[in-house]
Ligand binder design. Structure first.
Ligand code: ADP
Length: 497
């Protein structure tokens, strides 16, 4: 696979500054591992403060022309990333990213571990943000306001915020980049991306495709390596006007504090602690399918994965029985193997965290129903797990598990379910399964969460706003709301008319 990716020209190992692929100035590199077998896939440039500063300068210089292009021009260049090619008399719509979805999917599986089918689905999902925001570029409307005085006219202009620092995680190495870069570029911003050091290869491949599609040099830069120092450079530079981040709550808080120094705009997509509530009146099949999908996607490594299953007492035994059967049938293995639905966890630290949470729960009286230990495949594989008799005070119900472990909490009443669901500092996604329409509205309104799935376990799309309440973050990504995060509002008052 690596050899094939090399020959496709998508296996890039240098950083991208001002349209040029460059090594770290001191020649340092870091290794990227395949989490399924511990093998080194590639060594990539390990950059720091100096490279970050140069990337900021090139993004700043590129801003002056990129922001002045017409919206139509930017839109069509973005669309070339989502390209129209005319072959003979047929107009074939294709996307440079979509066209390479197999290779990009393979890269994701290699460095991140998720099953190939899921990886290719991430490419399609990620590409949808490029297409959507290429279209939205043409819809950054201003406003004309009724003036309170007869000789004045009032207008609102929307303008790009400037250079954007985008810091992204490893769990969606492609989609978390396009969800930020798509709207940023559409508005006229330029970007310095700092992908996760665990999964830089996908980011570099996407940047290569952006270059191929004619996005001008400097508009999109990629630096990776020493995350704290690159982060510091982005925060300290007055040229960077916006920080957009997806990752842990701890790092998000540091970035928010750092951004205060130069009063940058900030968007944060941080950790979740999603409750998935199954009421007695749920359709068992629908609840089963939905809760499996939300819990075991990417082996539990997404911030919207169900972190706690809240099951009402009347359906508890029936549900756990059916859920256990389904979980025992999940196929664990290398993401390249046919039929595998559960890949490895990202690294040893991730497995240790899961082990600590499971041990803590058991020591406090929770009971393993299925799984509960490392998988016999070794490396970072963990058994798909269900733990019953969990209480909301246990660590496993308070921290983000980020692994294939399902803690189950039993509840009696709707009020109790809402109380348990909201008893957390997080507020990203919540799910509920019920056939009672009044209850579905009542509970939706009571949940302190940015996204609510009703009888549905998967909701992410380019047209829907994604983001959290409370300590799960600030701002929204995707959808028409996602555009505002990269825009400033300018009010113009013309007097003496
Ligand atoms: P996760 O637990 O998902 O790895 P992190 O918050 O540690 O979440 O990582 C998300 C992104 O934040 C990664 O790109 C990582 O390199 C980056 N990062 C981690 N620490 C810092 C920091 N101090 N400053 C800037 N970026 C950071």
């Amino acid at each position: 696979v690596v050899a094939r990716l090399k020959s496709s020209g998508l296996l890039r190992t240098k950083g991208l500054i001002g349209g040029i692929w460059i090594d770290a100035y001191d020649g340092k590199t870091i290794e990227v591992y395949n989490p399924a077998n511990g093998e080194v896939i590639a060594s990539v440039a390990c950059m720091g403060e100096r490279e970050a500063k140069d990337a900021i300068t090139s993004a700043y210089d590129a801003f002056s022309h990129w922001s002045k292009l017409t919206a139509l021009d930017r839109s069509s260049r973005l669309r070339k990333w989502y390209q129209i090619s005319i072959i003979r008399y047929h107009v074939i719509l294709y996307n440079l990213v979509i066209e390479h979805k197999e290779e990009l999917g393979q890269l994701i599986t290699l460095e991140q571990g998720k099953p190939l089918k899921e990886a290719i689905a991430e490419v399609v999902y990620g590409a949808s943000f490029i297409e959507f925001f290429a279209e939205e570029a043409k819809r950054v409307y201003g406003d004309i306001l009724p003036s309170p005085l007869p000789d004045r006219r009032l207008f609102v202009l929307k303008q790009p915020v400037g250079v954007v620092g985008a810091i992204t995680p490893w769990n969606f190495p492609l989609a978390m980049i396009t969800r930020k870069v798509g709207p940023a570029l559409a508005c006229g911003c330029t970007v310095v991306i700092k992908p996760s050091e665990l999964t830089p290869l996908t980011a570099l491949a996407v940047a290569e495709l952006a270059l191929q599609s004619g996005i001008p040099p400097g508009v999109l830069n990629v630096v990776m390596g020493d995350a704290p120092n690159i982060g510091k450079s982005l925060l300290e530079s007055p040229k960077v006007r916006k920080i957009t981040f997806t990752g842990s709550t701890a790092v998000g808080k540091k970035l928010m504090a750092g951004a205060a120094e130069t009063v940058k705009k900030v968007s944060l997509e941080l950790g979740g602690n999603a409750p998935c509530i199954i009421f007695d009146d749920a359709d068992l099949e629908v609840a089963l399918k939905g809760s499996l999908a939300t819990k075991f996607r990417n082996a539990g490594q997404t911030c919207v994965c169900a972190n706690r299953l809240l099951v009402q007492e009347g359906i508890y035994d029936k549900f756990i029985n059916a859920f256990s059967n389904a979980v025992q049938n999940l196929k664990v293995g290398n993401g390249f193997n046919e039929g595998v639905t559960q890949g490895p966890l990202i690294n040893e630290a991730a497995v240790q965290k899961v082990e600590t949470l499971v041990q803590d729960a058991i020591s406090k009286g929770a009971k393993i129903v299925v799984g509960g230990k490392r998988h016999n495949l070794g490396f970072t594989f963990y058994e798909p797990t269900i733990i019953g008799d969990v209480r909301n005070e246990m660590l496993i119900a308070r921290q983000e598990i980020f692994g294939p472990v399902t803690p189950v909490i039993r509840f009696k009443t709707e009020e109790e379910a809402i109380q348990i669901a909201n008893d957390t500092d997080s507020g990203l996604a919540a799910y509920m399964f019920t056939n009672n329409i009044q209850r579905s509205w009542r509970v939706t309104e009571a949940l302190e969460y940015g996204i609510v799935g009703v009888n549905e376990g998967l909701f992410s799309s380019e047209v829907a706003p994604f983001g959290g309440f409370k300590q799960s973050g600030l701002g929204r990504e995707g959808s028409k709301y996602g555009l505002d995060e990269y825009l400033e509002i300018k009010c113009v008052c013309m007097g003496n008319m």
